[in-house]
Design a protein around this ligand. Structure first.
Ligand code: FMN
Length: 356
């Protein structure tokens, strides 16, 4: 590997990225009733672009007012006011030399009634996560099994949200298919017990993701990037492997590879961990099935870990390190000794304290 692959350019469709480092999507729970993030949270994204990241993701943006929201204070882009709030942020991220990508999300069974304006919790099947909700200290509610009408309605939410992102000028849209949220719930037999065409075989469990991707693709311009994030773990019941084995995971990636996607983003707990007893990590297993550009994330905290992660992927994403250190990209470039942060360290993300 060239000694400075990390700071070499990368061609992503029509965009030449200045390096191989991106800011991972991070929910900050700062929005008030208007579903618009606090100004300092938006400024934080702009600063990360100005300070050297080649890609800047937004937090997960909620796709409707009925059932999509999973945390207090999440943001939407469904109204003109919300679009108008994001547009100058996007302009500044681009002026800072980074790609602006909006992640769009439905929480599925990870919600609870108080957090959604319409109080409804829906999922592929009427099965809640096993663990309690850490934010309420209560069990997660039993979700309603989604009807075909619900499925159509939720897809409409993804479409409207993608249209909002286009209107605000985003370079790309990422469909959140990871972390045990709705799309991931359909993909995994752990949460999908349906007996209709959306459940059973991996191909059937993939159907909902396919319909979301196709519906979004038809409303975005040809030059707007479309990405998909995937993981084998969820934020609830974290120890569960969401795909049964390597074969099942790679079958899903092979289906994604046929879609009009511009990249796949693989989220791991730790990028180098062996996956499915294969002797290889998640990025390497993904690479075996697709030649799409690949982003990797998970405990990449310094130059050595970033370079190691790039052996199997095209771009590295950081969440906690770049959250806590505004100069992280420069520090990585300088090869500084940098800490590996704990999840607790990241709790400042949810306070009202503006981050540098
Ligand atoms: C404060 C915070 C908020 C997060 N919010 C999101 C999110 O909205 N969407 C998402 O896909 N991942 C989210 N994540 C997960 C990160 O994108 C990333 O996958 C994870 O933190 C591992 O990367 P790291 O080891 O560099 O922190 C969040 C992580 C943190 C720390």
């Amino acid at each position: 590997m060239s000694s400075d692959l990390l700071f070499s350019t990368f061609q992503l469709k029509q965009h030449t990225l200045k390096n191989r480092i991106g800011v991972a999507p991070m929910t900050r729970m700062s929005s008030q009733q208007d579903s618009v993030p606090r100004q300092d949270v938006l400024d934080f994204l702009v600063r990360r672009a100005e300070n050297g990241a080649a890609v800047v993701y937004t937090e997960a943006i909620v796709t409707d007012y009925e059932s999509a929201q999973g945390y207090p204070g999440q943001a939407r882009i469904l109204t003109q006011r919300q679009v108008d709030t994001w547009r100058p942020v996007v302009d500044k991220i681009k002026a800072g030399g980074a790609l602006a990508i909006m992640q769009i999300f439905h929480c599925g069974r990870m919600g609870w009634p108080e957090v959604n304006p319409a109080g409804r919790i829906i999922a592929p099947s009427a099965v809640p996560p096993a663990q309690d909700n850490p934010l309420t200290g209560e069990p997660y509610p039993v979700p309603d099994e989604m009807s075909l009408f619900d499925i159509d309605q939720v897809i409409n939410g993804f479409v409207r949200t993608a249209q909002g992102a286009v209107e605000a000028g985003f370079d790309g849209i990422e469909i959140h298919g990871a972390h045990g949220y709705l799309i991931n719930q359909f993909l995994s037999a752990y949460s999908n017990r349906r007996t209709d065409g959306y459940g059973g075989s991996p191909e059937n469990r993939y159907r909902f993701a396919h319909e979301v991707i196709q519906a979004v693709d038809t409303v975005i311009p040809e030059d707007t990037l479309l990405l998909f994030r995937i993981s084998n773990w969820g934020v609830a019941d974290m120890e569960v492997s969401l795909f049964a084995d390597q074969k099942e995971y790679q079958a899903i990636i092979a289906l994604l590879a046929k879609e009009p996607l511009d990249a796949i983003s693989v989220s791991t707990y730790r990028f180098g961990d062996e996956a499915f007893g294969s002797g290889k990590n998640m990025a390497a297993l993904t690479r075996e099935v697709t030649s799409l550009p690949l982003f990797i994330c998970g405990q990449i905290h310094d130059r050595a870990s970033a370079e190691a992660a790039l052996e199997d992927a095209d771009l590295v994403l950081s969440a906690k390190s770049i959250l806590l250190n505004p100069n992280w990209v420069a520090d990585v470039k300088d090869g500084k000794s940098l800490p590996l942060h704990s999840s607790e360290d990241a709790n400042v993300a949810y306070t009202e304290e503006p981050l540098p």
